[in-house]
Design a protein around this ligand. Sequence first.
Ligand SMILES: Cc1cc2nc3c(=O)[nH]c(=O)nc-3n(C[C@H](O)[C@H](O)[C@H](O)COP(=O)(O)OP(=O)(O)OC[C@H]3O[C@@H](n4cnc5c(N)ncnc54)[C@H](O)[C@@H]3O)c2cc1C
Ligand SMILES: NC(=O)c1ccc[n+]([C@@H]2O[C@H](COP(=O)([O-])OP(=O)(O)OC[C@H]3O[C@@H](n4cnc5c(N)ncnc54)[C@H](O)[C@@H]3O)[C@@H](O)[C@H]2O)c1
Length: 469
Amino acid sequence: MSDEFDVIVIGAGPAGENVAQRAVRGGLSAAVVEERLAGGECSYWACIPSKALLRPVELAADVSRVPGLEVGPIDTRAVLARRDEAVSRYDDAGQVGWIESVPATFVRGRGRLDGPRRVVVDTPDGERVLTARHAVVLATGSVASVPPVPGLREAEPWTSHEVTAASSVPDRLAVIGGGVVGCEMAQAMHGLGARQTTMLVRGGGLLERMEPFAGELLAESFAAAGIDVRPHTSAERVERPEPGGKVTVHLPEGPPIEADEVLVATGRRPATKGLGLESVGLPADRPVEVDDSLRATGVDGGWLYAVGDVNGRNLLTHMGKYQARACGDVIAARARGEADDLPGMRAVADGFGPPQVVFTDPQICSVGRTESAAREAGFRVRAVEYDLADVSGAYLLGDGYRGRAKAVVDEDRKVLLGVTFAGPGTAELLHSATVAVTGEVPLERLWHAVPSFPTVSEVWLRLLEAYGL
Ligand SMILES: Cc1cc2nc3c(=O)[nH]c(=O)nc-3n(C[C@H](O)[C@H](O)[C@H](O)COP(=O)(O)OP(=O)(O)OC[C@H]3O[C@@H](n4cnc5c(N)ncnc54)[C@H](O)[C@@H]3O)c2cc1C
Ligand SMILES: NC(=O)c1ccc[n+]([C@@H]2O[C@H](COP(=O)([O-])OP(=O)(O)OC[C@H]3O[C@@H](n4cnc5c(N)ncnc54)[C@H](O)[C@@H]3O)[C@@H](O)[C@H]2O)c1
């Protein structure tokens, strides 16, 4: 059977779904190919379940800081049941219905490129060949990478998939990696009942891509909660004689770690395996390089696009969806032969440093460049910091509030290049920083954006005062 569509999207994660929606809105027909569940990694094995697991842990920490309230033990079964609800019990009927309501054609199966504008899908009913009149969009996401530690792969470690879908909490958990997944999932599992949680962190601290104080505050909070964070420590060898049995993680020095599960959280690689990239002259094992209109570079005819994790620009759902909006609009404009360079048709925000919230206690929130990244990029920089505990709104959230904020200023233009907040109750504050950084709001204008008293957002005023306004 042969089918022709204006646009074919491979991968129905948040990025793929949104490209289809925008392209259809622009007057085109679209097919969306998905091998597993419509909604993608984010909906079932990443953002949604991880936040469902973290929320009660965070709430318990918030409550424990307010005198007069008492936190009882967390009912882990109820939390796991709510997680199951949040992931629609791994049933994508709702998401498929949404795609069909766009309207776009949903094709269940594994897709691969087979030369220009041609996609072969292995469906449960056999092979189906789709051809695209205008564009093929790769939105296949990423997969967890497992480092070549002897014995690790054989030990069948947990990745983000297994930990977010866990049906029980291991008594003893070893975590390899001190990045976002490692931090969020160590905290979730520990808060939900793991008795011994050990984090093996190759570098000097947690969340090393952020401002240093963020990882430091998080490490203090983890230590207080009883999570054992071991900087400058790598796994040397892993043993698991019985499948599903006890795991032993050997270290270069000191006694090995005995655990019931080992979680690998050492980054991700683009999901390009078996995608047929070589059939269009692209390397098979790298992110698909794109320009700001999300069009793949180095492909004749300009019909191939890539959005979301697979292009390696910013591995975040909201950034993938942002790219998808630009991509769907630009494909539609090019198909109609209209101007394809309107401001919304270029994913320029990818270059600013994306907004990101790490949903730990304390929350870690950042947008734009860190001070060191800004200096490396050649900006003339001045940075100011403020202790969030000295802001009335933060103090009122609970006793012993710990938090910090930092603003990185471009001294030539007097605008913000980056902002970081670390502290409870700061996640919803981040968008104000995103607006200031993206909008390049002059500091003197920002002065007139008066924060409400007594909220945590009063830190804006304190940062500007620290700068000298
Ligand atoms: C534990 C964890 C927590 C996270 N939390 C957050 C968070 O809180 N906030 C945030 O912004 N980001 C978070 N992320 C990152 C976020 O999950 C990703 O950035 C996002 O899912 C990327 O979206 P995507 O559409 O590019 O890919 P995906 O969501 O990975 O979707 C890709 C889809 O393509 C399908 N596919 C792949 N290959 C093929 C093929 N050949 N044929 C057909 N279908 C195919 C896959 O089955 C999948 O459904 C988290 C990641 C992890 C691992
Ligand atoms: N709340 C959120 O926004 C959120 C939550 C989870 C994941 N994510 C996204 O998912 C992506 C993947 O997260 P991640 O935590 O897997 O990756 P990461 O890049 O954030 O962290 C990887 C960690 O593993 C370490 N590492 C890498 N290779 C190693 C090796 N061989 N041995 C030991 N340690 C090693 C790194 O030093 C780092 O500490 C992130 O880029 C993030 O954007 C976002």
